[in-house]
Write a protein of this length. Sequence first.
Length: 213
Amino acid sequence: MRKPMSADQYLNKIKPVIRRTRFSQLKIDDIAKHMDISKVTLYKHFSSKDEIIEQVVEYGIQYLQQADTVVYDDSFSYIDRFQKTFLESLIGVIYLSDLFLQDLKDFYPRLFENISVAQQNRIKNLQSFFQSGVDKKIFNRMHVALSLVQDDATLRRIMEPTFSIQWYDLTLKQAVMEFYKMKQYQVISPEYLDTVDDSVIEEEIIRILQTIS
């Protein structure tokens, strides 16, 4: 007998949908279809459509807060933390897409404000982390805020559902990997580049991209 799925598992099924479809335009029937369950089963886990979106946003906030802890974890080197923050930024732009955030702003302003605060806090923590790396001469001198803007803008453009990366003769994986390598050379001081191990990063990028394929 198949084990019943949890509410979190059903939410995971709707997350890839709302990165490319306005949640406000989805009916309960649509949501149940994407979750591959009946409306009766859906209402056993969620009291309303609003509760679903609230839980998705709460998951996003918790993710951003968890991502914050990585930059302060001294058990990882600055290089390891740089790689982890890149992967977290990639996940963030996938599941907090421009379309999703705009939909929140238009129809769920309270939820939009909540997730905006979490995003702003993560940016502040990333700025402190990268500036610390610059001060220790592990990272190159750079305008940290603009570097973070570059990350967000470029990853959002690459991951935009309407954007055809094929125009540039690149696969999605190639585009993300090449941008990662660009950031690596921009951020990490030359004397530390030889210490970078990219053996895991490509596997992680493939795994992340498979969640939206």
